[in-house]
Design a binder for this molecule. Structure first.
Ligand code: PEP
Length: 255
């Protein structure tokens, strides 16, 4: 299996932006740009409170709705958290886990990323697992070790069948929201490293079928070159996913 047969996934991560009424308008505008673009899957991961409005606005379009996180317990005394079953019942199909902002600001660890990924998969969600090095790690020459370790720990206990619903997003932390982008060669190299780690764990066929995204200041100007790389199967996009034209151009580039 090669790149052409893997699912290209262009996913937006809205972070803490847009109220429900604004979400409805933005989903509709992006759905219009995405209409008829069957060469990639289009996903918008939105704040929890926007989910009902986003699901409604995406109905009948080729845009799927995702959440930005999920808790690993089914229910209980976890104030402020949201379970996978709650997301599924609201019409959510995808969920991001392990975003660097969650790791940096909210105490997310490799262990909780793994637990959240397993909870999402058990509920039938497609899970986008984020991995990536910080600037000091890249400068110390340990990007490969860091990303390999994060990938292995995130996938612990996930079955080969479940892996079919996993997407891994390589997001160098120094490139997120900074305007700095990994070069296409850097993105391709690390996405390739992730694929080899997965090959070591699950075998070559599973690894070749896995969608590996790049994320980090992807925009309408740099998307085509990043997405042309053999190991880059899509993008996880923050800032540009709030702009229908820019996001639409990234979808065009993924065609
Ligand atoms: C992200 O939030 O995952 C991201 C990649 O953000 P940005 O595109 O703004 O760098």
């Amino acid at each position: 299996m090669n790149k052409a047969t893997r699912a290209a996934v262009i996913a937006g991560n809205w972070k803490m932006n847009k109220t429900p009424s604004e979400a409805s308008v933005l989903v509709s505008a992006i759905a219009e740009r995405a209409a008829g673009k069957d060469g990639c899957r289009v996903v918008l991961c939105v704040p929890y409170v926007d989910i009902p409005a986003a699901v409604e606005a995406a109905r009948g379009t080729n845009v799927k709705i995702g959440a930005e996180n999920v808790h690993f317990k089914e229910s209980g005394a976890y104030t402020g958290e949201i379970s996978a079953a709650m997301l599924v019942e609201c019409g959510v199909e995808y969920v991001i886990v392990g975003h660097s902002e969650r790791r940096q600001y909210f105490g997310e660890t490799n262990e909780t990323v793994n637990l959240r990924a397993k909870a999402g998969l058990a509920a039938g969600l497609k899970v986008i697992i984020c991995v990536g090095e910080v600037l000091e790690e890249r400068q110390s020459g340990i990007t490969s070790e860091i990303v390999s370790m994060q990938t292995k720990l995130a996938l612990a206990g996930i079955t080969p069948e479940e892996l079919e619903n996993v997407i891994i997003a390589y997001e160098p932390v120094w490139a997120i929201g900074t305007g700095l982008t990994a070069t296409p060669e850097q993105a391709d190299e690390v996405c390739g490293i992730i694929r080899s780690v997965v090959a070591g764990l699950y075998g070559e066929d599973k690894a070749m079928a896995l969608t590996v995204q790049y994320g980090g200041s992807m925009n309408d100007k740099n998307a085509a070159e990043l997405l042309s790389k053999v190991n880059v199967d899509g993008g996880l996009i923050g800032g540009a996913s709030l702009k229908p034209d820019a996001f639409g151009s990234i979808i065009d580039a993924a065609q």
